[in-house]
Design a protein around this ligand. Structure first.
Ligand code: MG
Length: 428
């Protein structure tokens, strides 16, 4: 190589070394005057729909969406794509892709202008308008929750935080948050957790707390997902008449909707199943059943809804469609509680994890993974605690995150990222 050409070569190599992206090394170790890259790879590809990012996996020449878009989606926008250095593509970031065309070709042309590779993107779109349209009214059949076709079903979703005035979680009690969880998280069930006895709860301010809860229930019905009306109490037996009156009102308002599940006692403390919780439950169940004969009612169990064995030994027989609450927090509750819960299932009662908590502050949470695997194997529905920005391990968003939803990855806590990935995969 002559000195002048050599100088130009080094200058160009230096410039490219500072700015080159993927595959830079393999290209620029050679003389750019004689060799151009023949690499025509699509390295990554994501689609945006209504601000939600739908990640894609590339297998050979097939580009697959990791989760389905809503039934009524008509187009997606290319949010990001990465191709071989120096290559070009027939698609660029920002292009709108029409779903009606079903399949899209993404053609990558290598830097040499000759080598081409064609990838096929197939849209994945739900073939049902909503999860409730698809599965209808849920019922209890033996130890399973079944859908309108009598097939076992389990759901993955989110519990909202306490509704109590000034407790910080109420700002997320919005229809827009429900729709974001449905779209971006694949959430198919939400839980409105109405605080009862503590300050700012239902007994202090019935109207405000009830109205917050109703926003979530109305939004879930409107959007075709399931919703739990949760009497979020640790002392419900002290106010049985209040519970009766509240659930009669809820049954009158919502008993005709297949979306709705009643949870009449969040977490009893260390009190007797046989003489305290069961009689309370029978009273409230009887009041609901006078109005609504068929929607599922979930009943809490002693010691923060962990002693499901006591309910299994003496289940409620005064009504059908009764399930029992199991709560776990992966830092405390491990195989021993799964064993206890499995024994309760084997005795014939149905369980519902209306609330559970990750270990928090990390996505490396093997115990939560064990629990979620166990829920899948046993067709158990679950809602993670909690939709809130409070600085604690279980909040799904960081402090100050938009109270209308639309959270990108940067706004999610580690617990939020973990639970979102669980929900997104649940119905695949
Ligand atoms: Mg009904």
């Amino acid at each position: 190589m002559r000195p002048l050409k050599l100088l130009i070569f080094f200058l160009i190599t230096s410039i490219y070394s500072c700015s080159s992206g993927v595959n830079g090394d393999e290209i620029f170790q050679q003389d750019p005057f004689s060799v151009k890259s023949t690499s025509a790879k699509l390295i990554s590809f994501n689609i945006e729909y209504n601000s939600s990012i739908f990640n894609c996996t590339i297998n050979g020449d097939v580009v697959e969406m990791d989760r389905a878009m809503p039934f009524d989606a008509t187009e997606g926008i290319i949010k990001s794509m990465l191709i071989s250095s120096g290559a070009t593509s027939n698609k660029i970031i920002g292009d709108k892709l029409q779903i009606s065309s079903n399949s899209q070709e993404i053609v990558i042309t290598a830097e040499d202008g000759l080598t081409k590779k064609t990838y096929n993107l197939t849209f994945k779109v739900n073939d049902y308008t909503s999860i409730v349209d698809k599965h209808g009214l849920l019922q209890v059949n033996g130890n399973k929750i079944v859908d309108k076709n009598n097939e076992a079903i389990s759901l993955a979703g989110n519990s909202f935080f306490w509704t109590n005035n000034n407790w910080g979680g109420l700002k997320y009690y919005k229809a827009s948050v429900v729709s974001w969880l449905k779209l971006d998280w694949n959430t198919t069930i939400v839980r409105a957790a109405m605080g009862v006895e503590d300050s700012g709860g239902y007994l202090d301010d019935k109207l405000s707390n009830k109205n917050r809860l109703k926003v979530i229930v109305d939004a879930a019905i409107d959007q075709g997902i399931y919703v739990i009306i949760d009497w979020h109490s640790h002392h419900a037996e002290d106010n049985t008449e209040e519970a009766v009156s509240f659930f009669k009102e809820m049954a009158s308002l919502y008993g005709k909707y297949p979306n709705v599940i009643y949870e009449i006692y969040n977490e009893p403390l260390d009190v007797s199943w046989n003489t305290v919780i069961k009689p309370y439950a029978e009273t409230v169940i009887s009041a609901i059943r006078e109005i609504d004969p068929d929607n599922i009612i979930v009943v809490g169990t002693p010691e923060w809804s962990q002693k499901v064995d006591l309910a299994a030994n003496n289940p409620i027989t005064s009504s059908d469609n009764i399930a029992y609450t199991l709560h776990f927090y992966s830092v405390h509750h491990k195989q021993w509680l799964r064993d206890r819960a499995k024994a309760a299932l084997d005795k014939g009662i149905a369980l519902f994890v209306t609330e559970w908590g990750t270990i928090g502050y990390t996505q490396n949470d093997p115990e939560s993974e064990e629990w979620i695997k166990w829920c899948k194997e046993n067709d158990i529905s679950h809602c993670s605690w909690a939709v809130n920005d409070k600085v604690e391990e279980w909040s799904i968003v960081k402090e100050g995150a938009n109270s209308n939803g639309s959270w990108n990855d940067n706004k999610l806590t580690e617990s939020g990222k973990l639970t979102r990935s669980i929900n997104r995969k649940w119905h695949n």
